[in-house]
Design a protein around this ligand. Sequence first.
Ligand code: ADP
Length: 199
Amino acid sequence: MMRVGLTGGIGSGKSTVGRLLAERGAVVIDSDRLARDVVAPGTPGLSSVVQRFGSEVITLTGELDRRAMAERVFGDAAARADLEAIIHPLVRARAAELEVAAGPGALVVHDIPLLVETGQAERFDVVIVVDVPCDVQLDRLTRLRGMSPEEAKARIGAQASRTERLAAADIVVDNSGSLEELSAVVDSMWEQLSQAPGR
Ligand code: ADP
């Protein structure tokens, strides 16, 4: 098995690269999705959140109220650390289960937006960073994701810098070109990863 970490700044095209790798046969594990799954209604994760933060962070239909939760931990480092201490181990355990299910010959790609910020680069055989200049990031977030320029800038500013992210990369995918160009880059990367020793 080869374990790949995939990351990139918001709007860089990380999910798009994940999708292209999945189309070529990779098993892609989406950490954002797992972070939602582990606190779905009825899970032990949600019970732990309620125990720590109370039922104010639950909607009337019994789901985690993400906005209330975000407000609760905003500017409160201890509360945020407590929330992460509940969610992160559950996400890692679920990711480990999915890896086992993928089987020994699989190429497993962990899509982790904050891989660099959370110091996880060493956990993977290969770290792929999807990279675009900040103006491209801003353009895609405002034009394609409906964010205001202010929101896009704030979100970009809250993440690791481009330089910090690139320092953790084994492979850099330049996504400043077209989607066709990206697809060709992923093709050659797929070849390279498929032929890597140990697989
Ligand atoms: P991320 O997961 O890094 O936040 P996405 O993969 O969702 O980014 O890409 C952000 C947006 O930009 C999406 O709407 C996606 O379709 C689009 N996109 C990604 N790569 C390209 C590209 N090379 N050219 C044009 N649009 C792109």
